[in-house]
Design a binder for this molecule. Structure first.
Ligand SMILES: Cc1cc2nc3c(=O)[nH]c(=O)nc-3n(C[C@H](O)[C@H](O)[C@H](O)COP(=O)(O)OP(=O)(O)OC[C@H]3O[C@@H](n4cnc5c(N)ncnc54)[C@H](O)[C@@H]3O)c2cc1C
Length: 433
Protein backbone atom coordinates (compact mmCIF):
# COMPACT_ATOMS: atom_id res chain seq x y z
CA UNK A 1 0.00 0.00 0.00
CA UNK A 2 1.33 3.46 -0.87
CA UNK A 3 0.01 6.68 0.65
CA UNK A 4 0.47 9.94 -1.21
CA UNK A 5 0.95 12.79 1.18
CA UNK A 6 1.62 16.45 0.78
CA UNK A 7 4.28 18.63 -0.67
CA UNK A 8 7.00 20.33 1.37
CA UNK A 9 9.44 23.12 0.67
CA UNK A 10 12.09 21.25 2.63
CA UNK A 11 12.41 17.61 3.66
CA UNK A 12 15.04 16.54 6.18
CA UNK A 13 16.13 12.93 5.89
CA UNK A 14 17.16 11.44 9.23
CA UNK A 15 16.76 13.03 12.65
CA UNK A 16 20.04 12.80 14.48
CA UNK A 17 21.81 15.81 16.00
CA UNK A 18 22.55 17.24 12.52
CA UNK A 19 18.96 17.64 11.38
CA UNK A 20 17.83 18.48 14.91
CA UNK A 21 20.18 21.43 14.73
CA UNK A 22 18.65 22.30 11.33
CA UNK A 23 15.17 22.17 12.92
CA UNK A 24 16.28 24.77 15.47
CA UNK A 25 17.92 26.94 12.81
CA UNK A 26 14.80 26.81 10.63
CA UNK A 27 12.63 27.83 13.57
CA UNK A 28 14.96 30.64 14.61
CA UNK A 29 16.11 31.93 11.21
CA UNK A 30 13.37 31.14 8.75
CA UNK A 31 10.18 32.06 10.61
CA UNK A 32 9.27 34.87 8.21
CA UNK A 33 9.83 32.77 5.11
CA UNK A 34 6.90 30.47 5.96
CA UNK A 35 8.65 27.42 4.62
CA UNK A 36 6.84 24.15 4.99
CA UNK A 37 9.11 21.39 6.19
CA UNK A 38 9.33 18.10 8.04
CA UNK A 39 11.87 15.41 8.97
CA UNK A 40 11.72 11.68 8.29
CA UNK A 41 13.40 9.36 10.78
CA UNK A 42 13.58 5.59 10.48
CA UNK A 43 13.68 4.92 14.23
CA UNK A 44 10.42 4.77 16.25
CA UNK A 45 11.58 7.61 18.53
CA UNK A 46 14.59 9.87 18.98
CA UNK A 47 17.73 8.17 20.27
CA UNK A 48 21.37 9.14 19.92
CA UNK A 49 23.55 6.07 19.23
CA UNK A 50 21.38 3.93 21.51
CA UNK A 51 23.55 0.86 20.88
CA UNK A 52 26.44 2.53 22.70
CA UNK A 53 24.61 4.27 25.55
CA UNK A 54 26.65 2.42 28.15
CA UNK A 55 26.95 3.39 31.81
CA UNK A 56 30.00 5.47 32.52
CA UNK A 57 30.57 6.68 28.94
CA UNK A 58 31.15 10.39 28.45
CA UNK A 59 30.95 12.99 25.72
CA UNK A 60 34.20 13.58 23.87
CA UNK A 61 33.35 17.19 23.27
CA UNK A 62 32.42 20.18 25.38
CA UNK A 63 28.69 20.41 26.12
CA UNK A 64 28.89 24.03 24.88
CA UNK A 65 29.26 22.53 21.40
CA UNK A 66 25.62 21.56 21.58
CA UNK A 67 22.99 21.97 18.85
CA UNK A 68 22.90 25.73 18.94
CA UNK A 69 25.15 27.63 21.40
CA UNK A 70 27.89 28.50 18.89
CA UNK A 71 25.28 30.04 16.58
CA UNK A 72 22.87 31.50 19.11
CA UNK A 73 23.78 31.23 22.80
CA UNK A 74 20.44 32.88 23.66
CA UNK A 75 18.42 30.07 22.11
CA UNK A 76 16.05 28.13 24.41
CA UNK A 77 17.57 24.90 23.00
CA UNK A 78 21.04 25.22 24.54
CA UNK A 79 22.43 22.52 26.81
CA UNK A 80 22.64 25.12 29.57
CA UNK A 81 18.94 25.90 29.26
CA UNK A 82 18.19 22.17 29.28
CA UNK A 83 20.04 21.92 32.61
CA UNK A 84 18.21 24.98 33.91
CA UNK A 85 14.83 23.55 32.84
CA UNK A 86 15.65 20.33 34.71
CA UNK A 87 16.84 22.15 37.82
CA UNK A 88 20.34 20.72 37.52
CA UNK A 89 22.40 23.73 36.48
CA UNK A 90 24.10 24.20 39.86
CA UNK A 91 24.69 20.50 40.33
CA UNK A 92 26.18 20.24 36.83
CA UNK A 93 28.52 23.16 37.53
CA UNK A 94 29.58 21.39 40.73
CA UNK A 95 30.51 18.29 38.74
CA UNK A 96 33.35 20.38 37.35
CA UNK A 97 33.37 18.95 33.84
CA UNK A 98 32.19 20.20 30.47
CA UNK A 99 31.92 16.59 29.32
CA UNK A 100 28.58 15.17 30.45
CA UNK A 101 27.73 11.48 30.31
CA UNK A 102 26.41 10.28 26.95
CA UNK A 103 23.26 9.31 28.82
CA UNK A 104 22.69 12.94 29.79
CA UNK A 105 23.54 14.30 26.34
CA UNK A 106 21.06 11.84 24.82
CA UNK A 107 18.48 13.12 27.29
CA UNK A 108 19.24 16.71 26.22
CA UNK A 109 18.88 15.80 22.52
CA UNK A 110 15.63 13.91 23.23
CA UNK A 111 14.31 16.95 25.14
CA UNK A 112 15.02 19.14 22.08
CA UNK A 113 13.53 16.54 19.71
CA UNK A 114 10.31 16.57 21.76
CA UNK A 115 9.94 20.29 21.06
CA UNK A 116 9.87 19.49 17.34
CA UNK A 117 7.72 16.36 17.48
CA UNK A 118 5.01 17.97 15.28
CA UNK A 119 7.57 18.23 12.48
CA UNK A 120 8.95 14.71 12.65
CA UNK A 121 7.59 11.50 11.18
CA UNK A 122 9.18 8.60 13.00
CA UNK A 123 9.35 5.06 11.63
CA UNK A 124 9.80 6.48 8.15
CA UNK A 125 12.83 4.98 6.45
CA UNK A 126 13.55 6.76 3.20
CA UNK A 127 14.13 4.18 0.49
CA UNK A 128 13.83 6.13 -2.73
CA UNK A 129 14.21 9.64 -4.14
CA UNK A 130 12.99 10.29 -7.69
CA UNK A 131 13.29 13.48 -9.70
CA UNK A 132 10.01 14.83 -11.08
CA UNK A 133 10.72 16.07 -14.60
CA UNK A 134 8.35 18.45 -16.36
CA UNK A 135 7.74 18.51 -20.13
CA UNK A 136 10.85 20.65 -20.67
CA UNK A 137 13.07 18.24 -18.76
CA UNK A 138 13.28 20.64 -15.81
CA UNK A 139 13.27 19.31 -12.27
CA UNK A 140 11.82 21.50 -9.52
CA UNK A 141 10.71 18.74 -7.16
CA UNK A 142 11.55 15.25 -6.04
CA UNK A 143 9.36 12.39 -4.91
CA UNK A 144 10.58 10.86 -1.64
CA UNK A 145 9.35 7.39 -0.68
CA UNK A 146 9.58 6.15 2.89
CA UNK A 147 8.48 2.89 4.43
CA UNK A 148 7.40 1.90 7.93
CA UNK A 149 8.05 -1.39 9.75
CA UNK A 150 5.01 -3.01 8.05
CA UNK A 151 6.34 -2.17 4.61
CA UNK A 152 3.67 0.50 4.03
CA UNK A 153 5.01 3.21 1.78
CA UNK A 154 4.40 6.93 1.99
CA UNK A 155 5.34 9.33 -0.77
CA UNK A 156 6.12 12.99 -0.09
CA UNK A 157 7.09 15.62 -2.60
CA UNK A 158 9.87 18.05 -1.75
CA UNK A 159 11.51 21.06 -3.37
CA UNK A 160 14.65 20.85 -1.26
CA UNK A 161 16.37 18.10 0.68
CA UNK A 162 18.66 18.21 3.71
CA UNK A 163 20.35 14.89 4.35
CA UNK A 164 21.46 14.04 7.88
CA UNK A 165 21.61 10.27 7.77
CA UNK A 166 24.79 9.71 9.77
CA UNK A 167 26.97 6.68 9.07
CA UNK A 168 26.27 3.03 8.36
CA UNK A 169 28.04 0.14 10.07
CA UNK A 170 31.34 -0.75 8.38
CA UNK A 171 32.11 -4.49 8.50
CA UNK A 172 35.45 -6.12 7.74
CA UNK A 173 35.45 -8.21 4.56
CA UNK A 174 36.17 -11.39 6.54
CA UNK A 175 32.80 -11.10 8.35
CA UNK A 176 30.61 -10.39 5.35
CA UNK A 177 28.07 -13.14 4.84
CA UNK A 178 28.84 -14.75 8.22
CA UNK A 179 25.40 -15.31 9.75
CA UNK A 180 25.62 -15.68 13.51
CA UNK A 181 23.36 -14.22 16.22
CA UNK A 182 26.41 -13.34 18.29
CA UNK A 183 28.39 -11.51 15.63
CA UNK A 184 27.41 -7.88 15.60
CA UNK A 185 28.52 -4.33 14.93
CA UNK A 186 29.12 -2.02 17.89
CA UNK A 187 26.12 0.10 16.83
CA UNK A 188 23.83 -2.71 18.06
CA UNK A 189 25.86 -3.61 21.15
CA UNK A 190 23.56 -2.46 23.95
CA UNK A 191 20.44 -4.09 22.45
CA UNK A 192 22.37 -7.34 21.97
CA UNK A 193 23.82 -7.13 25.47
CA UNK A 194 20.37 -6.66 27.00
CA UNK A 195 18.92 -9.67 25.19
CA UNK A 196 21.73 -12.14 24.41
CA UNK A 197 24.38 -11.71 27.07
CA UNK A 198 22.65 -13.76 29.72
CA UNK A 199 22.43 -16.70 27.31
CA UNK A 200 26.25 -16.98 27.32
CA UNK A 201 28.15 -18.99 29.97
CA UNK A 202 29.94 -16.98 32.68
CA UNK A 203 33.28 -18.20 31.33
CA UNK A 204 32.44 -17.21 27.76
CA UNK A 205 35.22 -16.32 25.33
CA UNK A 206 34.52 -13.10 23.46
CA UNK A 207 36.30 -10.91 20.95
CA UNK A 208 36.15 -7.20 20.31
CA UNK A 209 37.59 -6.19 16.95
CA UNK A 210 38.82 -2.61 16.64
CA UNK A 211 41.07 -0.06 18.23
CA UNK A 212 38.92 3.02 18.71
CA UNK A 213 36.80 4.46 21.50
CA UNK A 214 33.84 2.11 20.93
CA UNK A 215 36.12 -0.96 20.96
CA UNK A 216 37.67 0.22 24.23
CA UNK A 217 34.30 0.91 25.85
CA UNK A 218 32.93 -2.49 24.82
CA UNK A 219 36.10 -4.27 25.97
CA UNK A 220 35.79 -2.68 29.42
CA UNK A 221 32.07 -3.45 29.56
CA UNK A 222 32.56 -7.12 28.60
CA UNK A 223 35.45 -7.56 31.04
CA UNK A 224 33.13 -6.25 33.78
CA UNK A 225 30.34 -8.64 32.76
CA UNK A 226 32.58 -11.69 32.35
CA UNK A 227 35.08 -11.65 35.21
CA UNK A 228 35.48 -15.43 34.77
CA UNK A 229 35.52 -15.25 31.00
CA UNK A 230 38.11 -14.40 28.39
CA UNK A 231 37.73 -11.20 26.43
CA UNK A 232 40.16 -10.50 23.59
CA UNK A 233 40.64 -7.11 22.02
CA UNK A 234 41.97 -7.74 18.52
CA UNK A 235 43.97 -4.94 16.90
CA UNK A 236 46.02 -4.87 13.70
CA UNK A 237 48.30 -2.21 15.14
CA UNK A 238 50.90 -2.55 17.88
CA UNK A 239 49.34 -0.15 20.34
CA UNK A 240 46.12 1.52 21.32
CA UNK A 241 46.65 5.23 20.66
CA UNK A 242 45.35 8.16 22.73
CA UNK A 243 42.93 10.63 21.18
CA UNK A 244 44.63 13.96 20.69
CA UNK A 245 42.35 16.57 22.24
CA UNK A 246 45.09 19.02 23.16
CA UNK A 247 44.37 22.74 22.97
CA UNK A 248 46.04 23.75 19.72
CA UNK A 249 45.01 20.59 17.88
CA UNK A 250 41.41 21.05 19.00
CA UNK A 251 41.26 24.28 16.99
CA UNK A 252 40.81 22.21 13.83
CA UNK A 253 37.24 21.71 15.10
CA UNK A 254 36.53 25.45 15.22
CA UNK A 255 33.92 26.43 12.66
CA UNK A 256 36.32 28.91 10.97
CA UNK A 257 38.71 26.04 10.25
CA UNK A 258 36.10 24.76 7.80
CA UNK A 259 36.75 27.86 5.64
CA UNK A 260 40.45 27.16 5.73
CA UNK A 261 40.33 23.48 4.84
CA UNK A 262 37.66 23.99 2.20
CA UNK A 263 39.81 26.57 0.42
CA UNK A 264 42.98 24.43 0.49
CA UNK A 265 44.36 22.64 -2.55
CA UNK A 266 43.32 19.00 -2.69
CA UNK A 267 46.78 17.68 -1.76
CA UNK A 268 47.09 20.06 1.19
CA UNK A 269 43.60 19.18 2.42
CA UNK A 270 44.40 15.48 2.25
CA UNK A 271 47.57 16.01 4.20
CA UNK A 272 45.66 17.93 6.94
CA UNK A 273 43.09 15.11 7.13
CA UNK A 274 45.82 12.49 7.47
CA UNK A 275 47.84 14.53 9.90
CA UNK A 276 44.91 15.08 12.30
CA UNK A 277 43.13 11.74 11.92
CA UNK A 278 44.39 10.86 15.41
CA UNK A 279 41.82 13.26 16.85
CA UNK A 280 39.00 10.94 15.86
CA UNK A 281 39.90 7.66 14.19
CA UNK A 282 41.27 4.52 15.88
CA UNK A 283 42.05 6.42 19.05
CA UNK A 284 40.92 6.07 22.65
CA UNK A 285 40.41 8.62 25.43
CA UNK A 286 43.39 8.70 27.78
CA UNK A 287 41.25 7.80 30.81
CA UNK A 288 39.89 4.70 29.10
CA UNK A 289 43.37 3.72 27.92
CA UNK A 290 44.71 3.97 31.43
CA UNK A 291 41.82 1.90 32.82
CA UNK A 292 42.42 -0.88 30.27
CA UNK A 293 46.17 -0.96 30.83
CA UNK A 294 45.72 -1.07 34.60
CA UNK A 295 43.15 -3.85 34.38
CA UNK A 296 45.48 -6.01 32.29
CA UNK A 297 48.37 -5.17 34.60
CA UNK A 298 46.37 -6.22 37.68
CA UNK A 299 45.75 -9.60 36.07
CA UNK A 300 49.53 -10.08 36.13
CA UNK A 301 49.71 -9.06 39.79
CA UNK A 302 46.89 -11.34 40.97
CA UNK A 303 47.39 -14.12 38.45
CA UNK A 304 43.62 -14.03 37.95
CA UNK A 305 41.78 -13.13 34.78
CA UNK A 306 42.33 -14.04 31.15
CA UNK A 307 41.43 -10.89 29.29
CA UNK A 308 43.93 -10.02 26.56
CA UNK A 309 44.97 -7.30 24.19
CA UNK A 310 46.01 -9.04 20.95
CA UNK A 311 48.32 -6.60 19.17
CA UNK A 312 49.50 -6.90 15.56
CA UNK A 313 46.87 -9.55 14.87
CA UNK A 314 45.31 -9.71 11.42
CA UNK A 315 41.99 -11.47 10.93
CA UNK A 316 42.42 -13.88 8.02
CA UNK A 317 39.14 -15.79 7.84
CA UNK A 318 36.05 -16.61 9.85
CA UNK A 319 33.75 -19.64 9.99
CA UNK A 320 30.67 -20.68 11.90
CA UNK A 321 31.63 -23.71 13.99
CA UNK A 322 29.43 -25.57 16.52
CA UNK A 323 27.57 -22.42 17.46
CA UNK A 324 30.86 -20.56 17.88
CA UNK A 325 32.67 -18.15 15.63
CA UNK A 326 36.05 -19.42 14.63
CA UNK A 327 38.61 -16.80 13.58
CA UNK A 328 41.96 -17.49 11.95
CA UNK A 329 44.41 -14.91 13.24
CA UNK A 330 47.81 -14.00 11.96
CA UNK A 331 50.02 -12.91 14.84
CA UNK A 332 52.66 -10.74 13.15
CA UNK A 333 54.82 -10.43 16.24
CA UNK A 334 55.32 -14.16 16.76
CA UNK A 335 54.84 -14.97 13.10
CA UNK A 336 52.15 -17.52 13.91
CA UNK A 337 48.75 -18.39 12.57
CA UNK A 338 46.13 -19.72 14.97
CA UNK A 339 42.41 -20.39 15.21
CA UNK A 340 40.40 -18.95 18.11
CA UNK A 341 36.81 -19.99 18.85
CA UNK A 342 34.60 -17.27 20.28
CA UNK A 343 31.09 -17.31 21.76
CA UNK A 344 30.54 -13.80 20.44
CA UNK A 345 32.38 -11.22 18.34
CA UNK A 346 31.71 -7.49 18.46
CA UNK A 347 32.93 -5.50 15.49
CA UNK A 348 33.80 -1.99 16.62
CA UNK A 349 35.06 -1.28 13.14
CA UNK A 350 33.60 2.15 12.47
CA UNK A 351 31.14 3.63 10.02
CA UNK A 352 30.91 4.51 6.35
CA UNK A 353 29.44 7.80 5.25
CA UNK A 354 28.76 7.16 1.57
CA UNK A 355 25.10 6.10 1.87
CA UNK A 356 24.03 9.36 0.23
CA UNK A 357 25.34 8.13 -3.15
CA UNK A 358 22.84 5.30 -3.24
CA UNK A 359 20.09 7.49 -1.79
CA UNK A 360 20.59 10.13 -4.50
CA UNK A 361 21.38 7.78 -7.38
CA UNK A 362 18.25 8.73 -9.36
CA UNK A 363 19.03 12.44 -9.25
CA UNK A 364 22.67 11.83 -9.99
CA UNK A 365 22.17 12.64 -13.72
CA UNK A 366 21.15 16.17 -12.64
CA UNK A 367 24.23 16.76 -10.54
CA UNK A 368 26.96 18.97 -11.97
CA UNK A 369 30.44 17.52 -12.08
CA UNK A 370 31.95 19.78 -9.44
CA UNK A 371 32.68 19.53 -5.73
CA UNK A 372 30.09 20.06 -3.01
CA UNK A 373 29.74 23.80 -2.36
CA UNK A 374 30.99 25.50 0.79
CA UNK A 375 27.32 25.72 1.89
CA UNK A 376 27.13 21.88 1.71
CA UNK A 377 24.89 22.09 -1.35
CA UNK A 378 25.43 19.68 -4.23
CA UNK A 379 25.90 21.71 -7.42
CA UNK A 380 23.19 20.83 -9.93
CA UNK A 381 22.87 21.14 -13.68
CA UNK A 382 20.85 24.07 -15.07
CA UNK A 383 17.69 21.96 -15.45
CA UNK A 384 17.56 21.01 -11.79
CA UNK A 385 16.24 23.55 -9.26
CA UNK A 386 16.10 21.20 -6.30
CA UNK A 387 18.69 22.03 -3.65
CA UNK A 388 20.25 19.07 -1.89
CA UNK A 389 22.39 19.71 1.20
CA UNK A 390 24.67 17.08 2.72
CA UNK A 391 25.63 16.71 6.36
CA UNK A 392 28.11 14.21 7.73
CA UNK A 393 29.43 13.09 4.36
CA UNK A 394 31.65 16.03 3.43
CA UNK A 395 34.73 15.17 5.48
CA UNK A 396 36.94 15.08 2.40
CA UNK A 397 36.02 18.67 1.46
CA UNK A 398 34.96 20.29 4.77
CA UNK A 399 37.25 18.57 7.27
CA UNK A 400 37.22 16.20 10.21
CA UNK A 401 34.48 18.04 12.12
CA UNK A 402 31.96 17.05 9.47
CA UNK A 403 30.87 13.74 11.03
CA UNK A 404 31.03 15.11 14.59
CA UNK A 405 29.05 17.53 16.72
CA UNK A 406 31.66 20.31 16.67
CA UNK A 407 30.30 22.48 13.87
CA UNK A 408 26.62 21.48 13.92
CA UNK A 409 25.31 24.76 15.25
CA UNK A 410 27.20 26.86 12.73
CA UNK A 411 26.75 24.45 9.83
CA UNK A 412 22.98 24.51 10.28
CA UNK A 413 23.07 28.31 9.96
CA UNK A 414 25.17 28.05 6.81
CA UNK A 415 22.74 25.58 5.26
CA UNK A 416 19.60 27.51 6.23
CA UNK A 417 21.18 30.78 5.02
CA UNK A 418 22.00 29.16 1.66
CA UNK A 419 18.45 27.84 1.39
CA UNK A 420 16.96 31.26 2.13
CA UNK A 421 19.41 33.02 -0.23
CA UNK A 422 18.35 30.76 -3.06
CA UNK A 423 14.74 31.44 -2.25
CA UNK A 424 15.17 35.21 -2.53
CA UNK A 425 17.48 34.92 -5.55
CA UNK A 426 15.21 32.63 -7.54
CA UNK A 427 11.57 33.24 -6.68
CA UNK A 428 10.43 31.19 -9.68
CA UNK A 429 12.07 27.96 -8.71
CA UNK A 430 10.58 28.80 -5.46
CA UNK A 431 10.84 27.25 -2.12
CA UNK A 432 7.41 28.49 -1.23
CA UNK A 433 4.50 26.38 -2.33
C1 LIG B 1 29.03 5.87 20.14
C2 LIG B 1 29.31 7.20 19.51
C3 LIG B 1 29.68 8.27 20.30
C4 LIG B 1 29.95 9.49 19.72
N1 LIG B 1 30.32 10.52 20.53
C5 LIG B 1 30.61 11.71 19.97
C6 LIG B 1 31.04 12.80 20.80
O1 LIG B 1 31.17 12.67 22.01
N2 LIG B 1 31.32 13.98 20.18
C7 LIG B 1 31.19 14.15 18.83
O2 LIG B 1 31.44 15.24 18.34
N3 LIG B 1 30.78 13.13 18.04
C8 LIG B 1 30.51 11.93 18.57
N4 LIG B 1 30.12 10.90 17.76
C9 LIG B 1 29.99 11.13 16.29
C10 LIG B 1 28.51 11.20 15.83
O3 LIG B 1 28.49 10.96 14.46
C11 LIG B 1 27.85 12.52 16.13
O4 LIG B 1 27.79 12.66 17.51
C12 LIG B 1 26.39 12.68 15.67
O5 LIG B 1 25.63 11.55 16.00
C13 LIG B 1 26.25 12.99 14.19
O6 LIG B 1 24.92 13.35 13.97
P1 LIG B 1 24.14 13.01 12.62
O7 LIG B 1 22.78 13.56 12.79
O8 LIG B 1 24.96 13.47 11.47
O9 LIG B 1 24.13 11.42 12.52
P2 LIG B 1 23.38 10.34 13.42
O10 LIG B 1 23.45 10.69 14.85
O11 LIG B 1 23.90 9.03 13.00
O12 LIG B 1 21.86 10.46 12.98
C14 LIG B 1 21.41 10.08 11.69
C15 LIG B 1 19.94 9.71 11.79
O13 LIG B 1 19.45 9.44 10.49
C16 LIG B 1 18.61 8.31 10.53
N5 LIG B 1 18.58 7.71 9.19
C17 LIG B 1 19.62 7.14 8.52
N6 LIG B 1 19.20 6.69 7.31
C18 LIG B 1 17.88 6.99 7.23
C19 LIG B 1 16.90 6.77 6.22
N7 LIG B 1 17.19 6.17 5.07
N8 LIG B 1 15.64 7.22 6.45
C20 LIG B 1 15.32 7.84 7.62
N9 LIG B 1 16.22 8.04 8.61
C21 LIG B 1 17.48 7.64 8.41
C22 LIG B 1 19.25 7.43 11.59
O14 LIG B 1 18.32 6.51 12.12
C23 LIG B 1 19.72 8.45 12.62
O15 LIG B 1 18.75 8.70 13.60
C24 LIG B 1 29.85 9.66 18.31
C25 LIG B 1 29.50 8.58 17.52
C26 LIG B 1 29.24 7.35 18.10
C27 LIG B 1 28.88 6.19 17.22
Amino acid sequence: MTNEIKEYDVLGIGLGPANLSIAIALEEQAQKSQLSYCFLEQKPHFEWHGGMLLDGTRMQISCLKDLVTLRNPMSPYTFVNYLHAHNRLNAFINLGSQHPSRLEFNDYLTWVAQHFSDLVHYEQKVIDIQPIEDDNGEVAKVRVTATNQYGEKTVRVAKNLILGMGGAAKLPEQFKGLEHANVLHSSGYKMWRDTHLRTLPSDAKLAVVGAGQSAAEIFVDLCNQFEQGEVHMINRRFALHPADDSHFVNEIFNPEFTDHIYSCKESERQSILNHFSGTNYSVVDTEELHAIYERLYLQRVTGKGQHKYLRCHDIQETVNKDNKVSIRLNDRINNQQNWQDYDAVILATGYRYDGFNQMLSKIQPFMAVSPVERSYRIPMTKQCHVNVFLQGCCESSHGLSDTLLSVLAVRSKEIVDALLDRKSAKPKEALSA
